[in-house]
Design a protein around this ligand. Structure first.
Ligand code: HEM
Length: 445
């Protein structure tokens, strides 16, 4: 064995050309088409109507039945991809990052170059070692509750109470994505950048325009002028950071321009907002889970284990990051096959999260999480796992459960749209289409 090769998988199978084509058209294309960096509303609707994710999961199951559970090499010219089919291999890959499974893949480079070209996700292993600790400190990765949680609760309360009281709304008793997302973005700007950023809608718009381009990796040209403008807009907040903001926890450094790291925070909070909206839709449809979540919200504690588990269920059922990607840094040898250095690795989360062997595959079952937010041995990894795990895997559930709690403590909720069959939840839940009816709890009493 070559000194730089790794024997990680006892066996690797190779897919035929037709099966490779089927994975491309039934799994990869629908996932990419929904928008990997910013969701496309029309594609999200189509994915829900056509059950594209359920079809993708079935396709993966067919491959597993045909070839067996070992990783499956798709012989795509110039860019072979290793498809992971077994939870044990998923856990191995995530544990063995960034070497020999680097997070910095060509696909991520092509997309993130548009709005955060120096981000930790696409950095070399050496650069990652410098950047990752700064993320972990600012986001308090290891702490279940971020040290600024009380402050964050105040922000969430003011923004969502204002939303619920119907200020500025045409339909005060209804919560839809448009009104929810505006309040959520105010929360995000205040949490990440501080009070001064509350109404900086221009900053969000600039970032979103860059993200639209990032949805076309390998094809769209990087808009350098807009990227510079975005950096300029961010620089104002980074230069004089607000004391209780996340950027206020970044170290001062001449070597690192934090704009590219903070862009990821602003971008990724979108996924958390979507998950909050879906959690509310789930709770409105499950009376038995509704009551304990309301009780937690009324209790007023910052740590809300049950609500966190409900959020994790929303992320299991509808993963925010459907494909966790890796890049093989040194060739991998199995019994009779070599996976070349440079090959991609694909962990298609819905395949594991909706595994029909799990009794709860298509139902909501908060109890599965216990105290955890990753169960890699079962293949359940909404925030990934291992050394590259999302550094906000504690922060997101905290802020999200506070937001859910503010809504629940103030209002009764009924799901107007869509209808959610609780015994067989759909493969996609189009968050743009969720509509909830609010009834003022205080006035009811
Ligand atoms: C529901 C919300 C979120 C989900 C489901 C999520 C999930 C993920 C996943 C799956 C990864 C990739 C990990 C890997 O490749 O193994 C990731 C990376 C990352 N996330 Fe999140 N994330 C969310 C929100 C956030 C937020 C709000 C922030 C910051 C405030 C954040 C910061 C990051 C960073 C910096 C990385 C790169 C980590 C690295 O490369 O070391 N995420 N996230």
């Amino acid at each position: 064995m070559n000194a730089r090769s790794h024997a990680i998988f006892p066996r690797v199978n190779r897919a035929g050309w037709i099966d490779t084509l089927r994975v491309m058209t039934r799994v990869i294309v629908p996932t990419v088409a929904k928008g990997t960096i910013i969701r496309r509303q029309t594609m999200e609707r189509l994915a829900e109507r056509q059950s594209l994710h359920i079809r993708a999961v079935k396709e993966m199951q067919r491959l597993k039945d045909k070839y067996g559970p070992s990783p499956l090499l798709l012989p795509i010219p110039f860019r072979p991809q290793l498809l992971i089919l077994d939870p044990a291999d998923l856990a191995t890959v995530l544990r063995s990052s960034p070497e020999p499974f680097a997070a910095a893949t060509a696909e991520k480079h092509a997309a993130l170059a548009h709005f955060e070209p120096e981000n930790v996700l696409i950095s070399s292993t050496a650069r990652r070692a410098e950047l990752r600790p700064a993320h972990e400190h600012a986001l308090a990765t290891a702490d279940r509750l971020h040290p600024y949680s009380i402050h964050f609760k105040r922000i969430v309360d003011t923004e969502f109470l204002q939303l619920i009281s119907g200020i500025g709304s045409n339909r005060p008793n209804e919560l839809d994505w448009l009104s929810f997302s505006q309040a959520w973005l105010r929360v995000v700007r205040r949490v990440v950048l501080g009070e001064r950023a509350r109404n900086d809608v221009t900053l969000t718009e600039t970032l979103n325009e860059l993200r639209e381009r990032a949805n076309w990796p390998f094809t769209a040209r990087v808009d350098r002028r807009k990227l510079a403008l975005f950096h300029q807009q961010l620089a104002g907040y980074l230069g004089e950071p607000d004391k209780h903001s996340l950027v206020g926890r970044l170290p001062t450094s001449d070597q690192i321009a934090w704009e590219d790291q903070v862009a990821q925070w602003l971008f990724a909070f979108d996924a958390a907002g979507i998950a909050v909206m879906r959690t509310l839709a789930l709770l409105a449809s499950h009376a038995s889970y509704w009551a304990p979540a309301v009780e937690e919200a009324m209790g007023g504690r910052l740590d809300r284990p049950f609500t966190r588990s409900c959020l994790l269920e929303a992320l299991r059922l509808w993963p925010a990051t459907p494909a966790i990607l890796r890049h093989v840094t040194t060739e991998i040898r199995s019994a009779d096959r070599i996976v070349p250095s440079g090959a991609g690795v694909v962990i298609f989360a819905p395949f594991f999260h909706r595994n029909p062997a799990l009794l709860y595959a298509n139902r909501m079952e908060p109890s599965i999480w216990g105290e955890n937010d990753a169960l890699p041995d079962a293949g359940l990894v909404p925030f990934s796992a291992g050394p590259v795990i999302c550094p906000a895997h504690n922060l997101v559930p905290t802020i999200a459960s506070l937001a859910v709690g503010t809504v629940l403590s103030e209002s009764g909720l009924a799901l107007i749209d869509p209808v959610l069959p609780v015994d067989n939840l759909p493969g996609t839940l189009d968050h743009f289409a969720i509509r909830l009816r609010l009834s003022a709890r205080r006035r009811e009493k």
